[in-house]
Unconditional design. Structure first.
Length: 330
C-alpha cells in the first residue's frame, strides 16, 4: 500500500464549499480495502495534516490518480517515502499531531517527555536571565560574557547528548574512540534538521535561526558556527572568550529546540499550556522551511463497517490505527 502527495488546485466534494484547497493546499491519498482516501494538509507553518478533513469514497471503477485529479485537481503528484501507518523510529514528521499518537508512534512516555521539557525550560530560563543584562539588539548580539559562556556550554552539551541518543537509536558506532561531529553530521538529513526555522521574537519580527542549515560533512564542526564557538571557548577561554556571544547562545538553544521537536514534536511547545510553553511562545516560534512532503507520515485507518460508499469529507481521528515504527537508518 503506497500513498501519493500533491498540490490541491480545486475542490469538488458534494455539499462542501469549493475553496477548501485555498487554506489546505496539500493532499495525501491512497487506496485501501476497496476505498480511496484523501487527507488535506497545510502548505506552510508546520505543514499539519488535517485528519479532520479526510475525504473518502468506495473505489468502484475509479483509480486513485484519476480520482485525486477529478476531485482535488491533484497537481505534481509524487509517491510518499513511507507507507500509510509507518513512521521512522524516534523521528517526528508532519502527520503526527495529537499527543497520544505522538507518544505511541515515537515511543515516548510522560517521564521522558517531562525530563526533556525540563532540560529545555532551564536553558530558556537561563537565556531570560542573560537578557536582564544584555539587550538582544543587533549590537547586543555580539556581546560576550561569563554568563553567555556558561549558557553556550550548557546548551551545546545538551545538543551533543541528543545527537548521541539518535546515533544509538540508529545502532551506529563511532568513527573513532568517541562520537564527534564526523558522526553527528550523518543525522542532518535523516532527522531533517535543516528544515527547522526558529524565530526569536525579542530580537525582531524577522530574526530567524536555521541552526543546522549550513551543516556539511566536509566541514562538520566549522559549518556550525555556534558549535565551533563552543568548542573554542570551552577548551581555550583566554584566547576564545569573545566567541561566547549572546548570538551563539541563541543559535545553540535553537539547536536544542530543533532536536526537541524531532523527538517529541513541536506542538507541546506552542500548544502545551504549561510553564515551558508559556516561556517558549514568549521568545520563539517554529516553522518548517521548504520541507519534503514525501517524507511526511500518512495515517492508516480502521474502516468502520457502516462507512458511506459515496464521496464525503469528515473526521477520521477516531479511526487512526496504531503507528508502526520502522528503523532509523543513517
Amino acid at each position: 500500500m503506497t500513498a501519493i502527495t500533491y498540490v490541491n488546485t480545486h475542490t469538488k466534494i458534494p455539499g462542501w464549499v469549493d475553496t477548501v484547497h485555498v487554506d489546505q493546499q496539500r493532499g495525501y491519498a491512497y487506496e485501501s480495502n476497496g476505498r480511496l482516501f484523501h487527507i488535506y494538509g497545510r502548505g506552510q507553518g508546520l505543514w499539519t495534516l488535517s485528519v479532520g478533513l479526510t475525504a473518502s469514497e468506495s473505489t468502484g471503477q475509479e483509480h486513485l490518480a484519476s480520482w485525486t485529479q477529478k476531485v482535488f485537481g491533484a497537481s505534481n503528484p509524487e509517491q510518499m517515502l513511507h507507507a500509510p501507518g509507518d513512521v521512522i523510529s524516534g523521528v517526528w514528521r508532519p502527520g503526527l499531531y495529537f499527543k497520544t499518537e505522538i507518544h505511541q508512534a515515537l515511543a515516548i512516555n510522560e517521564y521522558t517527555q517531562r525530563t526533556a521539557e525540563q532540560s529545555l525550560r532551564i536553558l530558556i530560563e537561563k537565556l531570560d536571565e542573560v537578557l536582564l543584562y544584555i539587550e538582544p539588539s543587533p549590537t547586543g548580539l555580539g556581546t560576550y560574557s561569563h554568563k553567555c559562556r556558561e549558557l553556550l556550554i550548557l546548551a551545546c552539551t545538551e545538543v551533543e547528548t541528543l545527537w548521541a541518543k539518535y546515533l544509538r537509536i540508529a545502532n551506529t558506532s563511532s568513527v573513532g574512540r568517541t562520537f564527534t561531529t564526523n558522526d553527528y553530521v550523518k543525522l542532518q538529513f535523516p532527522l531533517y534538521l535543516h528544515e527547522y526555522m526558529i524565530s526569536c521574537k525579542l530580537i525582531s519580527n524577522t530574526y530567524s535561526v536555521n541552526p543546522f542549515g549550513e551543516w556539511t560533512s566536509t566541514n562538520p564542526t566549522q559549518s556550525l558556527p555556534w558549535y565551533n564557538a563552543y568548542n573554542k571557548t570551552k577548551h581555550d577561554r583566554e584566547q576564545y572568550f569573545s566567541e561566547a556571544t549572546l548570538e551563539n547562545c541563541i543559535h545553540a538553544i535553537a539547536a536544542v529546540i530543533v532536536l526537541f521537536c524531532v523527538r517529541h514534536g513541536p506542538f507541546s511547545l506552542i500548544e502545551g499550556g504549561n510553564a515551558l510553553a508559556g516561556l517558549f511562545v514568549q521568545h520563539f516560534d517554529i516553522v518548517l522551511k521548504n520541507p519534503d512532503p514525501k517524507s511526511f507520515y500518512v495515517p492508516a485507518f480502521n474502516i468502520p463497517s457502516n462507512i458511506r460508499n459515496d464521496l464525503f469529507c469528515g473526521s477520521m481521528k477516531e479511526n487512526i490505527r496504531p503507528w508502526q515504527a520502522m528503523p532509523l537508518v543513517i
